[in-house]
Design a protein around this ligand. Sequence first.
Ligand SMILES: CC(C)(COP(=O)(O)OP(=O)(O)OC[C@H]1O[C@@H](n2cnc3c(N)ncnc32)[C@H](O)[C@@H]1OP(=O)(O)O)[C@@H](O)C(=O)NCCC(=O)NCCS
Length: 188
Amino acid sequence: METTTGIPPWPSAEPQYANVRLRAFRDTDVGMAMELAQDKYVPTVGSLPARASHGQALEWLEQQRQRHAAGTGFSFAVADAETDRCVGQIGLWGWELQHGRAQAGYGIMPTARGHRFAANALRALLEFAWTIPELHRVEAYIEPWNTASIRSAELAGFAQEGLLRSYMEISGQRRDLLIYGAVRGHEG
Ligand SMILES: CC(C)(COP(=O)(O)OP(=O)(O)OC[C@H]1O[C@@H](n2cnc3c(N)ncnc32)[C@H](O)[C@@H]1OP(=O)(O)O)[C@@H](O)C(=O)NCCC(=O)NCCS
């Protein structure tokens, strides 16, 4: 079943895996957004302004909530399954449902790193992705230096498929990106 924007419905049950639950963002997650905006890398690859103010962070949370209604993808708060505290963000984007694929993107706030939240959020995201019958492939694009992200993708069952040379500009420089893929029916 599709919405009027052509994107599948928001999940009726919150996707969960191990220590992670994926839920909609709330204004009370503003502290997470402000902390994530302090990260040197996150603002260079997404829409969160560097060193976002309280107001900018609230605006960013509202943008995340609007993404599904706009048909551009799913942006989930990564919540600690035990406390419900928001520790990061994960999205399923680049909606190419006619080709059966979408992209994953994620970030965990610096003080919550080291607990495999990203790997487990990816697992939960994939479990949700495979409930969408048209979807067969989820991709992640990762810079070769980003060991924490590579390890997270691999822990979640993504496989490295190749190096996309000079794939995009990040912070004014052409960058190579590794492409990782997870494929329905080949769960790791
Ligand atoms: C990538 C990111 C989301 C991972 O956060 P996290 O879930 O807290 O990840 P963890 O710190 O638990 O690390 C995951 C794994 O990578 C390993 N790892 C982390 N940094 C590492 C490093 N520098 N060298 C080797 N291994 C490393 C960890 O040991 C862990 O593996 P293990 O549990 O088997 O020991 C987080 O670093 C982040 O938000 N980075 C900035 C945004 C970003 O790069 N997003 C992804 C874009 S593709």
